[in-house]
Design a protein around this ligand. Structure first.
Ligand code: HEC
Length: 485
């Protein structure tokens, strides 16, 4: 009986293998020889893949409930975040999974660069990797816009404005991004298609190619000062060493599995303990925030832009990514042979550390500095306003709702991107205020055409009333007004 069952199982497996060739196809992945010294340094690539798989699984789950239409996206997301069973957790995992994926790519790239693993014959491993980085950042940006709240809509506007700066085809590009001349339902459809279809398809194809290349060239050994890469002889030497000391990949894959499991648990824990970004206000074209804040992995870039002189911005916005992109692609072609060992490549190590410091430093700056609008200032109190109804009170609400408060200090809180307006009534008369609000200025949007006449009147009434006599906090007489007169 036992014998018979055994034979049946074996026969079935053999039949399956004969008709599909699955083992012939994937077996070599498990059995191919890998360098024995490939230890914990090597787990970041497979962990990135794991993060991507988290994104696919949670992304599909989100898609079951998300409605990609201008009128319903915001509500369906609210539903996912607040009502749907597991919705909050899955949304959190999708958010922190994206963050994990981007961080892991950063570490994986750093390791490959540090160890010179991009050198001959693995140049195309690096190049496909850079494409994967680009697809991932694209996924991050398009995903952020699917929140379809005010921040998302203005991010798209900013992206379209940047694209419009490209010479010759700029106007066409902006039109393509917006699916028209302004943000509308079709724009959302376009971003949705990019996020759930085009970019994932490209990423999956890219990952496949990346894996095929890893198999083709084998996993790089740890760098060894005695074995610099010599193009003519490298392959032969690599295989000879592997025959002697290599071990089958599946024997060492436990480290990858262990670390990937850790990534899954970390993402899960983050989703439970930390909140994903709140679903902000629904989009409203009269709430103008000229500086929507991107998710953290792009924040450092926003910081670079904000620090740059405004007349330099064009070059930086277009030039910097183009330059960085070309530089990244060029890495394996600038030097594809010679030493891989970091101790023999001091300049490469300096470059790597500089790159990390640059991104890290601007990232911290982006979190801290004043020129980004403040996202959630404390509500202005009735005490400060000096009224609980009427035009002045209404004006104070508009000051908060229309985004002014995010850039301007008013009393104890508010943004520092623009001048402190706590005592603006002492400085500016009605007409000046109206002109300011309608025309905007350097780094301030103009509100003409985006605000009802009544609203403008009340807002100005509130601002005109901001005189020293109104201060309920005597200490403000000395500290409220800093360097503006
Ligand atoms: C994106 C940030 C931002 C937003 C939003 C914003 N401002 Fe400004 N605002 C600025 C900056 C920056 C300046 C200085 C501009 C300049 O000098 O050209 C400024 C200048 C002003 C001034 C002149 C102040 C002075 O002392 O000269 C007034 C008044 C003003 N803003 C009112 C408003 C009101 C009212 C709103 C909302 C309807 C608003 N701002 C929204 C950034 C902003």
């Amino acid at each position: 009986m036992l014998k018979k069952t055994q034979k049946l199982v074996i026969d079935s497996l053999e039949w399956m293998e004969d008709r599909t060739g699955i083992w012939a196809m994937f077996g070599p992945v498990l059995t191919h020889l890998a360098p024995k010294d490939a230890k914990w340094w090597y787990v970041y690539g497979s962990a990135t893949l794991m993060a991507f798989m988290i994104q696919v699984a949670t992304g599909v789950a989100l898609m079951f409930s998300y409605i990609p239409s201008g009128g319903q996206a915001y509500d369906s997301l609210k539903y996912i975040a607040d009502v749907a069973p597991w919705g909050h957790l899955i949304r959190g995992m999708h958010y922190f999974g994206a963050s994990a994926m981007i961080l892991l790519i950063g570490i994986h790239m750093g390791q490959v660069f540090f160890h010179g693993s991009y050198k001959f014959p693995r140049e195309m491993n690096w190049v496909t990797g850079i494409f994967l980085l680009a697809f991932t950042l694209g996924l991050g940006f398009t995903g952020q816009t699917l929140r379809w709240d005010s921040n998302a809509v203005w991010s798209i506007v900013v992206a379209a404005e940047q694209a419009a700066r490209v010479p010759v085809i700029g106007h066409w590009l902006a039109h393509f991004i917006l699916a028209g001349d302004n943000v509308n339902g079709a724009t959302l459809g376009r971003f949705f298609t990019m996020h759930v279809f085009v970019l994932p398809a490209l990423a999956i194809a890219g990952i496949g190619l990346h894996m095929v290349l890893v198999m083709r060239h084998g996993i790089a050994e740890m760098p060894n000062e005695e074995h610099p890469v010599i193009v003519e002889t490298y392959r032969e030497e690599y295989h000879a060493r592997l025959e002697k000391t290599g071990i089958p990949f599946w024997l060492m894959a436990w480290r990858d599995s262990f670390f990937s499991l850790f990534v899954v648990l970390a993402v899960l824990a983050a989703a439970i303990w930390f909140e994903p970004p709140p679903v902000e206000l629904p989009p409203d074209p009269s709430i103008i925030e000229t500086s929507p804040t991107p998710d953290f992995y792009l924040k450092w870039y926003l910081a670079v832009l904000s620090l740059a002189q405004s007349d330099m911005e064009d070059y930086i916005i277009l030039g910097a990514p183009a330059f960085l992109g070309i530089l990244l692609f060029a890495v394996p072609f600038l030097s594809n042979s010679g030493h891989r060992s970091p101790s023999k490549r001091p300049w490469s190590v300096v470059a790597l550390i500089t790159a990390y410091l640059f991104v890290g430093g601007f990232w911290v700056a982006g979190e801290k500095m004043d020129w980004t609008p403040k996202v959630h200032p404390k509500p202005i109190t009735a005490e400060f306003i000096g009224a609980t109804e009427g035009p002045i009170w209404h004006g104070a609400q508009l000051f908060q709702d229309k985004g002014c408060y995010n850039c301007h200090q008013m009393g104890h809180d508010g943004g520092k991107k623009g001048p402190d307006l706590t005592f603006v009534g002492d400085r500016l008369k009605k007409d000046n205020l109206v002109i300011r609000i309608n025309m905007g200025g350097v780094n301030m949007p103009g509100y003409a055409g985006n605000m009802e006449a009544n609203d403008l009147r009340d807002l100005v009434a509130f601002l005109e009333d901001r005189k020293r006599k109104h201060s309920q906090h005597p200490e403000e007489l000395h500290t409220g007004q800093k360097g503006i007169d």
